[in-house]
Design a protein around this ligand. Structure first.
Ligand SMILES: Cc1cc2nc3c(=O)[nH]c(=O)nc-3n(C[C@H](O)[C@H](O)[C@H](O)COP(=O)(O)OP(=O)(O)OC[C@H]3O[C@@H](n4cnc5c(N)ncnc54)[C@H](O)[C@@H]3O)c2cc1C
Length: 488
């Protein structure tokens, strides 16, 4: 529900007050400029909104002023970072009454504290900027996503982003030590701190992380840094089935311990699509294919890091893989022998979404299931889908190390457009989420709820949890100023 601004004078008065506060150049009116379209349409081009204005404050105090003005005029605000949300969380609704609060001008690296292994940055910093500021200090900021050149750290925290290094370093939540944020009343909460321990009451930082802009506007963050590993070994592995992939993961956890930083899985169908649409990229799998050119059932991409040396990283990984081959968990293994081979292996993984896109519409899921239940989940869900839609295609890949899969389903050709496609999406969601629930999983492991999963959340989250969530929203934002209609 978005509180409506009274048309006419009130809208003009709000716009004038915003111009007075930020300068006219930073209050953009969409009608006047088509280049503003990118602020109004989501990444997947599923949601097209309208805005009264797109405002670009320069600092936390201007963010606070924007929120105070919007609260006073009774209009709502949609916080926006890089607008890479995959659930429609960062674009306005269709009413044309909301203000898009774009954080891109809050883009300063404020401080690096090597002795405390921390960095403090403004929320509009690109994730790639935070990574390189850490690297310049000889340290590592490990959050890593395919969208890192476009997404902002504020958006990463607001969605509790995951990515490829969660297995070792955790999600954005685990990487955050302190926050500065603006409340729904326009007050600034100064919570920037580099402490590892602080038990002084409710954890407001954790409340804001993952709240998708519905409880406060993140304006800056203090983040954990890590020593950069001295060596890295990467392998591409052919696995006969999901049970073997899970068994190898368990062994790798014990054998490699904290060295295991990534454990990605790719089923043969997404790999076939890469072969078809990007044959150059697929060449890195040459040693994993059988004599007749068939791809393995599953391919695993594994990273092992070492704080000692490259050789140490390689040796430990090799020992693990030799034993796994002997025990039948693997049928083939290729170890990258240099940085460009490592990049080629990761490029294979990163090219799957592109290859998928070339095949047309997919019903996408970003589900999480305990790894111990993964093999049965994969088997049962596939059987249920194939029993109902024999021609549907399942494109499955993702972060197996975190129990998080991108489980995408393409409709049979006769249900791939119009009403039939919408009906298919609804029905296949039901099947996938029913199975996720049966295996005590989650309907969103990474991307969040936004608009896309809101109704599903209400349907599937326990009533007590929903009621606590609603109480928190009501307490912090009773007027519904911040990102209404998202999450709840
Ligand atoms: C190619 C691609 C790959 C991706 N890969 C991954 C992945 O591996 N793992 C993963 O977890 N996600 C992934 N994502 C989705 C992910 O959510 C985003 O990339 C990122 O975390 C969002 O950052 P953003 O700055 O673009 O935020 P936006 O998209 O602008 O906003 C996301 C949400 O946060 C809110 N928000 C934004 N900034 C703030 C702020 N400063 N304060 C309060 N609320 C705010 C918005 O209102 C919205 O609800 C991917 C997306 C793309 C396009």
């Amino acid at each position: 529900m978005s509180p409506l601004v009274r048309p006419g004078l009130d809208q003009q008065a709000l716009l004038q007050a915003l111009r007075d506060a930020l300068g006219a150049a930073h209050v953009l009116i969409a009608d006047a400029d088509d280049t503003l379209e990118r602020h109004l349409v989501d990444w997947r081009k599923r949601y097209q909104g309208q805005a009264l204005a797109i405002v670009r404050p320069a600092d936390a105090s201007q963010v606070a002023t924007v929120i105070q003005l919007c609260a006073r005029f009774g209009t709502s605000v949609v916080p926006q970072g890089g607008n890479t949300s995959l659930v429609g969380g960062s674009v306005p609704d269709a009413t044309g009454t909301q203000i898009v609060l774009n954080l891109s001008r809050l883009n300063r690296v404020l401080a690096v504290d090597p002795a405390n292994l921390s960095i403090t940055v403004e929320a509009g910093c690109l994730l790639a900027t935070v990574q390189s500021a850490a690297a310049d200090a000889g340290l590592l900021f490990p959050l890593s996503l395919a969208s890192e050149g476009s997404c902002t750290i504020g958006g990463n925290l607001a969605t509790n982003a995951g990515g490829t290094q969660v297995l070792r370093y955790g999600t954005a939540r685990e990487l955050c030590l302190g926050l500065e944020a603006v409340t729904a009343q326009g007050d600034i909460w100064h919570g920037l701190q580099g402490l590892r321990k602080d038990n002084t009451g409710y954890d407001l930082r954790d409340l804001l992380i993952g709240s998708e802009g519905t409880l406060g506007i993140i304006t800056a963050a203090t983040l954990r840094l890590y020593p950069r590993p001295k060596g890295q070994a990467t392998a591409l592995l052919a696995c006969p089935d999901m049970s073997a992939a899970v068994a190898l993961l368990e062994r790798a956890r014990y054998h490699l311990d904290a060295g295991l930083t990534a454990y990605e899985v790719m089923a043969h169908l997404p790999l076939q699509l890469v072969q078809q649409h990007h044959p150059d990229v697929a060449r890195v799998m040459a040693t994993l294919t059988s004599e007749d050119g068939a791809l393995p059932a599953w391919v695993i991409l594994l990273d092992n890091c070492s704080n000692e040396s490259e050789v140490h990283a390689q040796q430990r990984l090799q020992a693990l893989l030799e034993q796994a081959m002997q025990d039948g968990l693997l049928t083939q293994a290729t170890l990258a022998s240099n940085a460009s081979q490592r990049q080629a292996m990761w490029h294979l993984r990163e090219t799957i979404p592109l290859s998928e896109r070339a095949e047309g519409l997919m019903v996408k899921h970003d589900i999480g299931v305990p790894t111990s239940a993964m093999a049965v989940f994969i088997n049962d869900t596939e059987q249920a889908i194939k029993a109902r839609w024999p021609q549907a295609r399942i494109i499955c890949f993702g972060h197996l190390g975190d129990g998080n899969l991108h489980y995408n389903v393409q409709a049979p050709p006769d249900q791939s457009s119009g009403d039939a496609s919408r009906a298919f999406e609804h029905a296949v969601n039901e099947v996938v989420f029913d199975h996720v629930q049966r295996f005590h999983g989650t309907l969103s492991a990474e991307h969040g709820i936004g608009v896309l999963r809101r109704d599903e959340l209400v349907k599937r989250k326990p009533a007590v949890a929903l009621s606590m969530m609603r109480a928190i929203k009501q307490a912090l934002d009773p007027a519904g100023t911040l990102n209404p209609g998202r999450v709840l």
